[in-house]
Write a protein that binds this ligand. Structure first.
Ligand SMILES: [Fe+2]
Ligand SMILES: [Fe+2]
Length: 350
């Protein structure tokens, strides 16, 4: 359908928009009660998904979705096997309870409580619960980010007629761009004249574009997938004790999301900082409060926090056990865009 171009008066002024955006971020909810999560933990037969954070729920985030899922076990046949599916998102799963395995691009990964799975972008996958207790996990994905970009592609085994890339053949089901062309190698020199060999530079650059998906798929398949809880290592930072879990610098092929665990010992507080990337926190253990800008938010295990872009935040442990946070951020996306900035405030007290 044809549309008429809009005149200047019908469009947002840049400054007005920036001001409105700042107010939107400042007024967005931060705290998410985990009452429903705790209720389901206490009622193991009560299955299903609990969405904690998503732009559709009114939070300021535009990129990340956070939810908890309760599956049944094989004995009860209560949804013990998820559908085979794939999607154009970064996805990280933390197994909170149960054990089983996932088939990801035909490879089996066994997991148990405490483990993490980084499902590579666009890999066919299925999760299978095998334990005696219900399978419970918390997932962070970049589904809203893909939606905002207009490239939210989700294919599952129920609806092959909805498939976008995988509709043609078995070969096409396993790759984003099946049978892509051979990629010519760029000469090693930095000089433009050296780039120009027998093939014109323009032709070479365009062929690289065509071949990108194949190259990316190789990088995806070479990326790490499973992180055992027993392999986690915490180290000291100005923000406190942190264990990086999923990060492009650690061999994962995520481009948008990064995942880590953060700990605050009893009686201590984390560092304070702010950054241009989005961040969501899930409280795995402990109790305390966080200061986000000038507001205090009390939390306990099962609660979640959505930290608005460029808001100062700091966590305080008021309980008797070490507080542990699961943290998903969009730092890699902001770094890839060239927008990323972090400012450090007060240091951690431990
Ligand atoms: Fe998935
Ligand atoms: Fe942060």
């Amino acid at each position: 359908m044809a549309r008429t171009a809009r005149t200047e008066g019908g469009m947002d002024d840049n400054n007005t928009f920036a001001l409105r955006e700042r107010e939107r971020r400042q007024n967005s909810p931060v705290f998410v009660s985990g009452d429903e999560v705790r209720r389901r933990i206490a009622n193991p037969g009560d299955l299903g998904m609990v969405f904690l954070i998503d732009p559709q729920l009114g939070f300021s985030v535009r990129s990340i979705r956070l939810w908890v899922n309760f599956y049944g076990n094989a004995e009860g046949n209560l949804g013990w096997k998820t559908l085979g599916h794939r999607h154009l998102i970064d996805a990280v799963i933390n197994v909170l309870q149960g054990r089983g395995y996932s088939m990801i691009d035909g490879i089996r990964y066994d997991w148990e409580a405490g483990d993490f799975l980084c499902v590579p972008t666009y890999a066919w996958h299925r999760h299978i619960s095998e334990g005696d207790e219900p399978f419970m996990y918390i997932a962070g994905t970049t589904t809203p980010f893909s939606k905002a970009l207009g490239v939210s592609i989700h294919e599952d085994e129920r609806y092959p007629e909805y498939w976008v890339f995988a509709q043609k053949s078995e070969a096409a089901r396993t790759t984003l761009i099946p049978g892509g062309s051979e990629v010519p190698e760029l000469p090693g020199s930095q000089s433009v004249s050296a780039f120009r060999g027998d093939q014109g530079l323009e032709g070479l650059l365009y062929e690289q574009e065509v071949a990108f998906a194949n190259d990316e798929e190789k990088r995806r398949r070479a990326g790490r997938v499973l992180i055992k809880g027993s392999d986690l290592r915490f180290g000291q930072t100005r923000m406190g004790r942190v264990a990086y879990i999923v990060d492009p610098r650690l061999g994962f092929n995520t481009k948008v999301m990064s995942t880590l665990l953060a700990e605050v010992p009893p009686g201590h507080h984390s560092g304070a900082h702010r950054h241009l990337y989005e961040e969501v926190n899930y409280v795995l253990a402990g109790q305390g409060y966080s200061i986000v800008e000038d507001r205090r938010h009390d939390w306990q295990a099962g609660d979640a926090l959505s930290i608005p872009v460029f808001s100062w935040h700091q966590h305080f442990n008021t309980g008797g056990e070490t507080a542990r946070f699961l943290v998903h951020t969009t730092r890699p996306a902001l770094e890839n865009l060239g927008y990323q900035m972090t400012q450090q405030g007060e240091l951690a007290s431990y």
